[in-house]
Design a protein around this ligand. Sequence first.
Ligand code: ADP
Ligand code: MG
Length: 724
Amino acid sequence: MAGVDDSLDRVIGAKSAKLLAEQLDVRTVGDLLRHYPRRYADQGQLTPIASLTPGEDVTVVAEIRSCFSRPMQQKKGTIQQAVIFDGTRTLNLTFFNQHRLPHVLVPGRQGLFAGRVTRYGKERALQLTHPRYQLLDGDADKLAEFSRPLIPVYPATKDLPSWTIQLCVRQVFDVLDDPEDPLPAELRAQHRLLDLGAALRAVHRCDDRSQIAAAHRRLKWDEAMAVQLTLAQRRQQVLRRPAPVCPRRDGGLAAAFDAALPFTLTAGQREVGELLAVELAGEHPMNRLLQGEVGSGKTVVALRAMLQVLDAGRQAVLLAPTEVLAAQHARSLRAMLGDYGRAGELGSAEQATRITLLTGSLPARSRKQALLDAASGAAGIVIGTHALIQDRVSFADLGLVVVDEQHRFGVEQRDALRARAVDGTSPHVLVMTATPIPRTVAMTVYGDLEVSALRELPLGRSPISTTVVPVGEKPSWLERVWRRIAEEVASGQQAYVVCPRIGDDAAGEDTAGDPDEDGGRPPLAVLDLAPQLEEGPLAGLRLGVLHGRLPGNDKDVVMRSFTAGEIDVLVATTVVEVGVDVPNATVMVIMDAQRFGVSQLHQLRGRVGRGAHPGLCLLVTDSPEGTPGRERLDAVAATTDGFELAQRDLELRREGDVLGALQSGRRSGLKLLSLLRDADLIGQARQAARQLVETDPDLTAHPALARLAADLLDDQRAQFLEKV
Ligand code: ADP
Ligand code: MG
């Protein structure tokens, strides 16, 4: 008998085992059992010769009529020709340099023959060239195996055809001990799931499609549980640590800030704010993801949380994905706090704090000072880039980490920051993203976080209208794009023009998109387009250039002049994608827009319509109608609801891209589970996993479950947990 951990060579012989290992990285009995069929062919799909059409990949069952070898006419070498018969018609097979073949394909023998149908010769007769074959040899057993009503079709390779895998699987089941079931019996009963042995048997060796569907549902549970247990354990670990307790204080900075707020908070901001205030006062760390449309006012929410932490005598850090954003955050937080943000300066308020910006491009001296301020506690709020702060900044008493634009920030980085706290506590963590995340992705990729959302925009926000500009079909529209910018500038507004590439270099650091999207033409570049616009359609306007290769200081200078209205049109890469806030900008033109993803486009257009004037977003593309790139653009133009777009994006991208390596990888991992179709199942598994982990954090009572989760992580593919 054999168990799932046994090496395959013991069970199916060294030769087949070697093939499976080399071709598919399938090494143990368990690996093979988790190598599921891709689909199932009805017996009728073993094609009758009479119905073959050229170009098809087919498998036929037939008897050998003849097989001869002869020298080739023009070249060196030999050619073998065989004729097979399926009871109604004959078909020719051609092989090259297999002079021993006539000894193998002996007339009267039966076999399976698989290959692509082609035509040849004057008569344009159909044939299979170099087909793979499997002789059945009157082996009643094999014959029965391949005459079953449903034939599993396995992911296979040229040298390891599906039928060989099928025979190996069959051999395994002949000796298999029923595997231990990782899912507890109560859970299986509750969700009416097959036990593991039955599910595996059904998925590989069953003739009933409804049984196979039941097996799939069960096996998806294994995958969902592996992911959700990992996340639940991670969540539990954080929850068990002590937190820096930060109760609300009357008469502190937070109260003063609220009293001076020039607008009323939206209902969403108040609600989330209340939730955060309670969690910050708790004994265990807050661990929360805040989603909210661009401009929904997340920063204010975060700032109020930071002030509560400062009132408790601790520090807060705000992490941004880029230096531009970090600098902008520093400016806007200082502006919002006014006198309360200028501790140590003349005229500051009594309980004021100090906001310290810490970026890689700071001169060495200021940087040293900033590090000192963080370490001594002189800086209440430290703002910097993810990259920098993650390294080696120490804090006097870190209470809260706010991470802006989470989609660029993974679990590992979050953990690294948690380790920054003093005396064994773990700081509270608030991550914010304006990239709406579909529910299943949130549950899978950010499953260790609690999720809140700001769904309404503050009053007085202007609508953004989005139009696709198809310059392939309507070249003259491009001119109108530039004219439109000129008009906006003439009436005092500003504009962005975004290109996918920096230029002047094959691959700039912020080149966007898929090189296949425009049939080989290099995407438009900032450094090419800016001078063309300056000399051409936008002559006389004040143009600025912003991209990732500019030194940090220059970036800041450009951003500042744009904010101050000294630049009319900013020609930029996606460095302006996140967070940049210039309310006077009203037009966003995106060149080669087909190169950007849906959420990126949504982010980009969120840069306009932030002030009193309505925003306009123009998506310039030469992708023809009906192409995937154009479909994405139409989706973006059709709605401004970020959550709807996120769902649409998931559908358009197909989830393979979402989970990346996870689904294309080897062994285990997510083979059956679909983020698109299995939302309910994932939700149920998440609940089950959290319940289990609450009572049994290390899964000591469920060793098989622990292994299921560990296998997934093991598979280095847990990377997917880090980022989408
Ligand atoms: P987000 O970070 O979610 O994109 P911000 O916090 O940057 O949004 O807010 C965008 C702008 O809206 C800022 O200028 C901010 O001061 C302003 N704002 C935030 N909340 C409100 C509100 N309740 N009413 C009016 N304006 C607001
Ligand atoms: Mg923001």
